[in-house]
Design a protein around this ligand. Structure first.
Ligand SMILES: CCCCCCC[C@H](O)CC(=O)SCCNC(=O)CCNC(=O)[C@H](O)C(C)(C)COP(=O)([O-])OP(=O)([O-])OC[C@H]1O[C@@H](n2cnc3c(N)ncnc32)[C@H](O)[C@@H]1OP(=O)([O-])[O-]
Length: 730
């Protein structure tokens, strides 16, 4: 870990070396400072170029060192800000050669240089907000001075990463090159030797403020509060930018440091950083047979097919096309094909427009083509097929049987299901080892999560191919084992059930949603169910005989096999209330497909009548209890999933929840949240709930939770090893 120097003519080239992303660890910062001071004093050096080894400028401060940093002493002793200040004050021109990435502290370092040259494929951004922080090395003071308050506000508060061509337009970098940014930077450095530097020092630039800057900042806070409910860092970023607007540069830096320190050791920052590393750890999957991400060989997918062009199929087709994969989209009849192709084309047009507005349009970056067909034989050329028809086992098996005879040997067969048995589907094919579950989330072209469901026979090649594909699609893939509902929906079920029980007991959809939204969920359980479509769960419950024609005659209305059951969602569906798609569900909407949920007097009246008919006494439940009542059974199911070996570790569950279920990232994920509030608290409450509701089995504390509490509640990262727990099937 160091900053290395070599001399080209009169230019000193300083290279940051700290693989894999040249993170600016405290040692790298010290080394950078020494080399910078050295070359500034060296009379033979006339100009300086800063770059990173292996085609990456820098991924920012070393996040791994944060948990070992004492902000009171360590940051004061030496900080990146001091390095930046030495670079900026240098009387010799300093040019940043940005290749790969310049993120967070990496971009802050580049901003302290007098000139910035970027490779055309480089990407830059101040991403600290996503780690629960703010740019703490001058980024909040320099960027608004360089590109103006509105653009800087957008980048800093969202953590947006922009490609180099956009960075030039914004004024973040001076120019881009298709060749070597380092060569170009050396060339520029030689050219500008002896030229005045004052106008190149961002710290000296006056800040250009729009006349309405106060309301701009205040409005941003309101918008961010709604978008990132309960998250502190977005709000604090705005305050740091306000300091840039109101204070001279040096005072702004002091304010920025103060605000940075207020976030540095917060629980939210810990949660966001945990979420960051958890996302990286899930890519490192293993199977019981010892196959793993390192040893398996993923195949490149050039042509993929999608069967079924309903909402999921449309999103999947778009997602593949966006990743420059050629897509064959198959439907069963003319009408569905036309409807599906229109929808896919419309989404792709919108995405193209977005891309053009963002100026990403590069010759090589165009979308893959989508061919629409009724002819199943067209699948014979596909490297990989994703079946996305509706959740019906018989239909899926029929399709997979056909695929066996049509697809070329070695083609991968994936089923997009949210809970059906992968092994049963694989059993009808000639290649169970090349069959896997790919559980996409709606809308599939936007949602980040891909649950990769390993069947009993799934080979390491198909696992690694699909995990690789998830990265190509810009998604986070998580390998889980095959069990009913897999991981995400298995945890969701008790959460939704608990929320519905609250309605029986006297609460309203608005009250319950409000509590969960204040907790940080983008949507409470009822608004989310309306968005997802109430009919999906209803059909599945009918399939399982919990309602509808298969329900055994004489079954009590509010019980199934002795367990508490609420028929409320079934009744809503019987009334044609499927959620947004039918314009009414737990809420009413302005139109069919409308997005704005409004209180529905019909629902309130219906709930009132239902409680009266079943003589249910209204219970007084505080907001805190609503939260615990809904979340603790979800967490408990997470422990059961771990016990059963369905997920590899708590991180996998948290990544699934952060990326697919709207869990607030600043709370880390359900398992991380449990570790933060304390496992004993979760256990005590579950025991209390279960004692009072013995007919709700999901409230019965899991053995793993009890065992962990007995062991003194070790930190989350020790859960696996401490328990050596039992039968991880992954
Ligand atoms: C202390 C006080 C400091 C005060 C001053 C404040 C300074 C500043 O404002 C704060 C920051 O910069 S905050 C930072 C702001 N920066 C950011 O937010 C950028 C965060 N990083 C990213 O967004 C992505 O990793 C990249 C786009 C850089 C690469 O993407 P890709 O090519 O898909 O690769 P990948 O799979 O993602 O990562 C490969 C490996 O690198 C690892 N690693 C990565 N970054 C790291 C880091 N900064 N650090 C350490 N490690 C980092 C990653 O864990 C993984 O390790 P593994 O052991 O192999 O699993």
């Amino acid at each position: 870990m160091a900053a290395l120097k070599h001399i080209v003519g009169s230019v000193a080239v300083i290279t940051i070396r700290n693989p894999p992303v040249n993170a600016l660890s405290p040692q790298v910062q010290v080394s950078l400072m020494e080399v910078l001071k050295d070359v500034t004093l060296d009379p033979s050096v006339k100009a300086i170029v800063l770059c990173g080894e292996n085609g990456k400028f820098s991924g920012g401060a070393d996040i791994r060192t944060f948990s070992k940093t004492d902000p009171k002493t360590d940051i004061k002793r030496m900080s990146l800000d001091d390095v930046n200040s030495v670079a900026e004050r240098s009387r010799k021109p300093v040019v940043a050669a940005v290749e790969g990435v310049a993120l967070g502290g990496g971009l802050e370092l580049a901003l302290a240089c007098h000139y910035r040259i970027a490779h055309v494929k480089a990407r830059v951004g101040l991403t600290e907000v996503l780690l629960g922080l703010l740019p703490g090395a001058g980024g909040t003071q320099r960027l608004p001075r360089l590109i103006g308050v509105p653009a800087a506000l957008d980048m800093i508060t969202t953590g947006k990463i922009v490609p180099a061509p956009v960075a030039v337009k914004l004024g973040i970098v001076d120019s881009v090159t298709e060749g070597s940014a380092v060569e170009e930077a050396i060339h520029l450095a030689q050219k500008v030797v002896g030229q005045p530097l004052e106008s190149r020092r961002i710290c000296s630039k006056p800040i250009q403020c729009p006349p309405n800057v106060d309301s701009l900042l205040n409005d941003a806070k309101v918008k961010l509060k709604k978008q990132f409910r309960g998250a502190e860092s977005h709000q604090v970023c705005v305050e740091a930018i306000r300091a840039a607007v109101q204070l001279p540069f040096a005072e702004g830096i002091v304010k920025e440091r103060e605000l940075f320190l207020s976030l540095f050791n917060s629980d939210q920052a810990k949660a966001c950083q945990y979420a960051f590393f958890a996302e990286r750890s899930v890519a490192k999957w293993t199977t019981p047979s010892g196959a793993n991400w390192k040893s398996a060989s993923p195949q490149t997918i050039r042509t993929a097919a999608v069967i079924g062009l309903g909402t999921m199929g449309q999103g999947i087709a778009v997602s593949l096309a966006k990743a420059q994969i050629q897509v064959i989209a198959v439907e069963q009849d003319e009408q569905q094909l036309e409807k599906g192709s229109k929808a896919v084309t419309a989404i792709l047009e919108r995405e193209t427009l977005k891309k053009q507005q963002f100026e990403l349009a590069h010759k090589s970056d165009s979308f893959g083509s989508v061919t629409f067909t009724l002819d199943f034989n067209a699948l014979k050329n596909a490297d990989l097929v994703i079946e996305a028809v509706y959740e019906n086992m018989a239909l899926k098996k029929e399709i997979f049987q056909r695929l066996s005879s049509i697809c070329k040997p070695g083609a991968f067969l994936c089923t997009n299901t949210s809970g059906l048995d992968i092994d049963e589907i694989a059993s009808v094919t000639d290649r169970p080892h090349l069959v896997i579950g790919t559980h996409f989330f709606s809308p599939a072209h936007l949602m980040k999560l891909l649950e990769v469901v390993r069947g009993y026979h799934s080979s390491s090649t198909i696992i690694s191919t699909v995990m690789n594909l998830s990265k190509v699609l810009n998604k986070v893939g998580v390998v889980v084992d095959n069990c009913p509902l897999f991981v995400g929906n298995r945890l969701l079920l008790p959460y939704i059930n608990q929320a519905v029980f609250l309605l029986e007991d006297g609460r309203t959809p608005e009250e319950v949603d409000q509590v969960l939204e204040e907790f940080g969920y983008a949507m409470g359980p009822f608004r989310m169910s309306d968005l997802a479509g109430l009919d999906i769960g209803w059909r599945s419950r009918m399939e399982f005989g919990l309602t509808g024609p298969k329900l055994l005659p004489g079954a009590p209305v509010r019980q199934r096999e002795g367990k508490r059951y609420s028929p409320l969602p079934d009744i809503l569906c019987e009334e044609g209330r499927f959620g947004q798609k039918s314009g009414k569900g737990w809420y009413q909407y302005e139109t069919v497909g409308g997005r704005n949920a409004a209180r529905d007097p019909w629902v309130h009246n219906f709930l009132h009548e239902y409680r009266r008919a079943h003589a249910i006494k209204q219970k007084n439940v505080s907001q805190g209890e609503i939260l615990e009542w809904c979340l603790y059974p979800l967490i408990n199911e997470g422990f059961k999933v771990l016990e059963d070996g369905i997920a590899s570790g708590p991180e996998d569950i948290d990544v699934i929840y952060n990326n697919g279920y709207g869990w607030p990232r600043h709370k880390g994920g359900p398992m991380f949240y449990a570790s933060m509030i304390g496992l004993p608290r979760v256990l005590v409450k579950l025991e209390e709930f279960y004692k009072n509701n013995p007919d709700i089995p999901s409230l019965k504390p899991s053995n793993l939770l009890k065992a962990l509490v007995k062991q003194g509640s070790p930190p989350l990262k020790e859960w696996r090893s401490q328990l050596g727990y039992p039968n991880s099937r992954l």
